[in-house]
Design a protein around this ligand. Structure first.
Ligand code: GDP
Ligand code: FE
Ligand code: FE
Length: 199
């Protein structure tokens, strides 16, 4: 694992400060997942002519809020004008969307492109920027992920980013339906946009 650092942080905080704050928010296993997503984001950025350092930073902080308690998420949804419909979902959905609030508050990152990629990293959306797609896909295929189909997901995603998004959404929808989980509307819209085959 290479030592992680960012040339530009899009924040008054420097690279070490961002990394230290992130480390304090999560256990070692989650922290290592974030490093994996960062490295995979960088690789996908290189393949798709996107800013590698910016992708590495967005990938690194994508799960910043993953271990924040439910009560804190609920309080922020109610007090910071998030869509009240979010209360009908759970932390699986909250940590990305509401995570943007904690990233602005604690890491002082205001860059809209980065914040949108964090916002969309779990559910995806019908509209996605290159950075949104990079972080969404990197989260699914980073080296520590091991589930049936991950090798195929890696192959597809490294070959074509949009197809990687579609593959991931089909897999996620399948998983959610099998487990009779509620589908967040944006996840369904994203599936319809990115996962449908033309023939
Ligand atoms: P992680 O934070 O690295 O574990 O990965 P993600 O942020 O991608 O996903 C967190 C969880 O959210 C996964 O278990 C997904 O299956 C789940 N998830 C994604 N979309 C939906 C959805 O529409 N509804 C529900 N209920 N869960 C979802
Ligand atoms: Fe996540
Ligand atoms: Fe993640």
């Amino acid at each position: 694992m290479e030592k992680i650092s960012f040339k530009k942080t899009y924040s008054p905080l420097n690279s070490e400060e961002i990394i230290a704050k992130q480390k304090a928010m999560m256990d070692q296993k989650r922290f290592e997942h974030c490093i994996g997503v960062s490295e995979t984001s960088k690789k996908l950025a290189r393949l798709n002519n996107y800013d590698e350092d910016k992708a590495a930073l967005a990938g690194f902080i994508h799960d910043y809020a993953k271990q924040i308690p439910n009560e804190e998420f609920i309080k922020v949804i109610k007090e910071e004008n998030f869509d009240p419909d979010l209360l009908n979902y759970n932390r699986a959905i909250w940590h990305g969307i509401v995570g943007t609030y904690f990233i602005k508050r604690d890491l002082k990152i205001e860059d809209e492109e980065i914040l949108t990629a964090i916002y969309r990293h779990t559910t995806a959306d019908s509209e996605m920027t290159t950075l949104d797609k990079i972080v969404f896909v990197a989260d699914f295929i980073e080296p520590q992920r091991s589930f049936p189909g991950v090798e195929e997901a890696r192959k597809v995603a490294f070959n074509n980013l949009d197809e990687g998004v579609g593959f991931e959404l089909a897999h996620t929808l399948d998983f959610l339906v099998k487990n009779r989980q509620k589908i967040y509307p944006k996840t369904l819209k994203a599936y319809n946009k990115w996962a449908i085959k033309n023939n």
